[in-house]
Design a protein around this ligand. Structure first.
Ligand SMILES: [Zn+2]
Length: 451
């Protein structure tokens, strides 16, 4: 049986890969200028090239299928989520019996059983559970994520793997390309990031709009939209009445029904129309409807970029593709530019400055600035200073014992905390695996009065 056709099917010399060989073993007018056609390329793709797929959801399922069928055999997939009933319409590697199981594990098992020779290794955990040694082993990272924070974290990780020589020259062998796909309903994007070389996720933060949050005063006193009524029940009425002695479970129909009833009452009171059970579900779970075909298109573009990157057969996407199929089909390609002041990809040897108007500002206000400012967009920044060689934590919300000890500092002015022009602060945040060092630039009183 050793010569059976099925075992030959795994072999790179079989007919199975003829279509790939046409692209990889022949020169052509659309090839990358430095491309050298050779059977070695397919061999590399199948036997050595290691790909990390981040996310095993709508995009992740498509990516795994595409990559496996393109001949990639060494694929890792990481996802912390479990399978939900609502995933099954488009996350086609999952079945009813898989509900509640790990997305990464079920997806890997499916691909490995279906595509002979492919070895997908699942990781049922958070991206933050791995350190740089894990990420360094991959040739290419491809992301199918729905979270900007997670994207920024992966981006920060890949940037931190870059090495520079004494002349600030980037070592090209330390670059791990990141292909990033994203979809939202009928809109999608695919981009290619060469960390340290081209625009990174943080270079173009302004492209990611902040999540819609309704001002509390609107929700509480002047509701105008059905969403305001639902949000009111979710944020104010639920904690007050605590109907089921539990926090809201967006998958529990009794919870959703309660919110639906109360939100309907409130809507009637204000003459607002449009509160439906589906909308309640959407607002409570923060759901943006997913469109299977958008996922398929974006994942196909991303997988193609992985293939191009792995084989150098064609020039990669340069570097940002927008896709929209809400009204016909529209795509647009442009070159996102590197931001020279990007906090994520500017080499750490070059200091970064943050201009403040005065050190009479309170620490709380500085933290708020880091969260609101379009260049930082941080989530829960923890701050420390290094004064006279000693590190001192100013505030940290993520570790409860430290939060309690440092809470008092929030109300203090920067001057009271011994922070002046030129003080270096170190910031840790969920948006990056790295500590960011920033030098504060604060005009002194003398400079102010001279102006
Ligand atoms: Zn950048």
């Amino acid at each position: 049986m050793s010569n059976s056709s099925s075992s030959q099917g795994h072999d790179s010399s079989s007919h199975r890969w003829n279509h790939l060989k046409k692209v990889l073993e022949r020169p052509g007018p659309f090839c990358h200028p430095e491309f050298e056609c050779s059977p070695e390329t397919l061999n590399f793709l199948m036997s050595s090239c290691k790909i990390l797929v981040v996310g095993a959801g709508g995009l992740g399922c498509e990516l795994l299928k595409n990559l496996a069928m393109m001949g990639f055999k060494h694929i890792h997939v990481i996802d912390m989520d479990t399978i939900d009933l609502s995933n099954l319409n488009r996350q086609f590697l999952f079945r009813q019996k898989d509900i509640g199981s790990s997305k990464a594990e079920v997806a890997a098992k499916f691909i490995n059983a279906r595509v002979p020779g492919c070895n997908v290794v699942p990781h049922f955990c958070k991206i933050q559970d791995f350190d740089s040694d894990f990420y360094r082993q991959f040739h290419i990272v491809v992301c199918g994520l729905d979270s900007i924070i997670a994207r920024r974290w992966i981006n920060g990780m890949l940037v931190s793997l870059l090495s520079y020589d004494d002349n600030e020259e980037l070592d090209p062998s330390s670059i791990i390309p990141m292909i990033d796909g994203g979809t939202e309903g009928f809109k999608g994007s695919a981009r290619v990031i060469l960390p340290g070389m081209s625009a990174c996720v943080d270079c173009t933060l302004d492209l990611y709009p902040p999540q819609v949050v309704y001002p509390l005063c609107t929700i509480a006193s002047t509701p105008r939209l059905p969403e305001h009524c639902i949000e009111y029940v979710k944020v104010i009425q639920w904690p007050k009445e605590n109907p089921f002695d539990a926090s809201i479970d967006g998958d529990d129909p009794t919870h959703l029904n309660w919110i639906f009833e109360k939100a309907s009452e409130r809507a009637t009171q204000y003459g607002i129309l449009g509160v439906t059970y589906r909308l309640v579900q959407g607002v409570v779970k923060n759901i943006i409807p997913a469109v299977a075909s958008t996922n398929a298109v974006v994942a196909a573009a991303c997988a193609t970029e992985v293939f191009k990157m792995a084989t150098s057969c064609c020039k990669p996407l340069n570097n940002f593709m927008i896709f929209n199929d809400i009204d016909g089909i529209y795509t647009y390609l442009y070159e996102a530019e590197k931001n020279e002041n990007c906090l994520a990809c500017k080499p750490s040897s070059i200091p970064k400055y943050l201009k403040l108007t005065s050190n009479e500002m309170k620490l709380q206000e500085l933290i708020q600035l880091l969260m609101d400012s379009p260049t930082f967009r941080m989530k829960n920044p923890g701050l420390a200073v290094n004064i006279e060689g000693k590190n001192r934590t100013l505030y940290m919300s993520t570790v409860p014992s430290i939060e309690v000890k440092t809470r008092e500092n929030l109300k203090k002015k920067l001057s009271e905390l011994d922070i002046h022009d030129g003080t270096k602060i170190m910031i840790a945040d969920a948006t990056t695996p790295n500590t960011i060092e920033i030098v504060l630039s604060i005009p002194t009183f003398m400079e102010m009065s001279n102006e």
